[in-house]
Design a protein around this ligand. Sequence first.
Ligand SMILES: Cc1cc2nc3c(=O)[nH]c(=O)nc-3n(C[C@H](O)[C@H](O)[C@H](O)COP(=O)(O)OP(=O)(O)OC[C@H]3O[C@@H](n4cnc5c(N)ncnc54)[C@H](O)[C@@H]3O)c2cc1C
Length: 538
Amino acid sequence: MTTRARDTLPTHDVLNQPPERGDIDLWTSDPVLQGCVNRAKGRVDPLAAYGRALGTAQTQEAARDANRNAPELRLFDTGGRRLDEVRFHPAYHQLILLSQSAGYAALPWDSQPGGHATHAAMVYMASQIEPGHCCPLTMTYAAVPVLKADANIAQRWVPKLTAHTYDPAIQPIAQKHGATLGMAMTEKQGGSDIRANTTTAVRDGDQWRLRGHKWFCSAPMSDGFLTLAQAPGGLTCFLVPRWLEGERNAIHLMRLKDKLGNRANASAEIEYHDALAYQLGDEGAGIRTILEMVHHTRLDTAMAPAGLMRAALSSAHHWVCHRSAFQRRLIDQPLMCAVLSDLILDWEGALTLGMRVAQAFDGQTPENRAFARISVALAKFLNNKRCPVVVVEAMEVLGGMGYVEDTPLPLLYREAPLNGIWEGSGNVICLDILRTLAREPLASEVLQAELEIARGTDRAYDAALQAYRAQWPGLPSEPEARWFAERTALLLTASLLLRNAPSAVADGFIATRLTGDNGRVPGSVRGLDTDALLARLG
Ligand SMILES: Cc1cc2nc3c(=O)[nH]c(=O)nc-3n(C[C@H](O)[C@H](O)[C@H](O)COP(=O)(O)OP(=O)(O)OC[C@H]3O[C@@H](n4cnc5c(N)ncnc54)[C@H](O)[C@@H]3O)c2cc1C
């Protein structure tokens, strides 16, 4: 127990300021998460332990240190020899160790049920405290199925990536206890259009040599990168190890991006100077091969915004419970309750949808795989479009202090747009949704089936579904792709809420997002059961 801060000061007493939050158990304090995990058959014990450890005041302080002490590029040693390293604050390493030890990247691949659902819930909780360190771990998680495509590589790498530990040593993989993996796809001239990549691959015995640049490469201290390069047979996927036996692979770090947010994590521009690489998948099949990784990173980018929204709303709720204005607590002011209730619908919708997607990742049937493919894109799109709106409004709930770095809101605000940009920006995702539905009849079938399950339980939902089907009897034209994606994702969320959430949530969601007459800014709603909705925050 720490001694209380002094609140009687020479000029005034400190009054009407919310107390410090101290330890927050991210698991026990979030009954909506527990319900989602339960339905998705996630594993409670590791989540309970992780949620407790993440939310301690000490871990919150580590998160703050990791963000305020930016990673530093160390290109050369004192003598001018190339290092190509990034130095991080110790708090960053501490956070990665905490998450890796909990099984963030490992649990989905240990053959026990519910691994992806458990992982997704971890992403949600970690994003509430320090989203930057999630980036390398998400890529580590997502790379595993790609590496498994090659038995030799899988044997050497997968046990290290799924080791429940973290080993930042600068050593080849064979000498390490644990390892992390990054992904270097994006080039200057191509970006989303990875077919335009110009990095070349030339055979060198059983291996390859890569030459070219990558414009974005997050987590440049990873032990290897999945990357794309043009081989004689076409765009091919490669694994580029960072450290070789006795030397550094020829990966030159050029500079670190000066980013809006995600500050604890380093994102670099890099060059391959005939770097050694191992082929993964067939020559010429690079996009198909690396898309398996992208599919899995998209699960995390669909879950993280739910975590960011949760953290913002949890802070806002704490604030309004302890702050009064005009002689009344903010939580007792009807307009404040309307605003918060509207935001709560976004958060609970995002969490419920994300965890349903994660459950499909755990499924083994073709139907589950098809549902995972289409629903992850829908969830990534909708959840990330709502996230910045929710975070900005939650910031305003704290008044001026929401804009001040003493509270978590500025970090959440900087982070809020990011998951909508990487791993497929909004338009790219919407076009992807159309492509999947056009090419995969099963994806379309399972999506419609999921919408159909809730039909007959609520008249407003039925009317919205009917209107949607009348508006788009087939696929929409390209300019309507966003409208279509938004509507589909909203209906999918509503279908899940109708089956799994109290009526205040499901009815409120449908009335404000699918049918009713409300404005475009948050809180311009009427008729919500605000007491029931505020209680959802736990
Ligand atoms: C912090 C950060 C870290 C990153 N880390 C990595 C990393 O580790 N590895 C990696 O490979 N990449 C990384 N990226 C890159 C990221 O994945 C790309 O920036 C993203 O995929 C978009 O590509 P781009 O920037 O080239 O934009 P562009 O491809 O130029 O797209 C610009 C805009 O045009 C839209 N658009 C594209 N095509 C169409 C179309 N046909 N119709 C309509 N609109 C379209 C897009 O949606 C986007 O809004 C990172 C990015 C950031 C911000």
